[in-house]
Write a protein that binds this ligand. Structure first.
Ligand code: 4BW
Length: 154
């Protein structure tokens, strides 16, 4: 695929494509599951980053993880929503990117994940890179390539 080797795309960094931290819905380590579920349902996202009180990236939590955790043998154990904290069930081992990573680094990372968190060298959360951002950029590149080809042919 020649388009992903195009100068314009290969010159891009993760920073230019990511959603900045202040626009990303997130939850905190010590939030109870009911708060996390509220954020997930209200925002409409299936998963969001988990941050510590100093805004360092700690992990990721999803609606499915919460529902799996409260699902008992015969019923949903709703009381767990108030007693269990996000840090007890979140995924800690998640892929991460840095702002100066390349477009290709981002493309590889989002193949297996709908979004990948971006953090700095001290562990502070910078934002997320989503599949939508990568696909949107590739789509734009594709049409620009096509337009160039057409112009060449006259
Ligand atoms: O509320 C929404 N607004 C918009 N504009 N699009 C949405 C919304 N909710 C879902 N979408 C669309 C996006 O195209 O559905 C896709 C899958 O959503 P998800 O995973 O399963 O909730 C969205 O694709 P995406 O933009 O490439 O985002 C990939 C994943 O990144 C989302 C969600 O887990 C996370 N995410 C995206 N924007 C976020 C966010 N998490 C927190 N805050 C944000 N601002």
């Amino acid at each position: 695929m020649s388009l992903i080797h195009d100068q314009q795309v290969s010159g891009l960094t993760v920073e230019e494509l990511m959603i900045p931290g202040e626009k990303v819905a997130h939850v905190q380590l010590n939030n109870p599951l009911e708060h996390a579920l509220l954020v997930l349902v209200k925002s409409g996202y299936s998963a969001v980053p988990v941050l510590d009180p100093t805004y360092k990236l700690a992990g990721m939590i999803s609606k499915t993880m919460i529902l799996n955790h409260i699902m008992g043998l015969e019923r949903f154990e709703m009381e767990k929503l108030a007693t269990v904290q996000v840090q007890e069930i979140m995924h800690k081992d998640i892929p991460v990117l840095a702002k100066d990573n390349t477009f290709m680094d981002g493309l590889k990372a989002i193949i297996d994940h709908p979004f990948v968190c971006v953090k700095d060298t001290d562990g502070y959360f910078d934002g997320i890179l989503t599949r939508r951002a990568i696909l949107k950029r590739l789509n734009r590149e594709f049409y620009e390539d096509e337009a160039k080809e057409k112009a060449k042919k006259g």
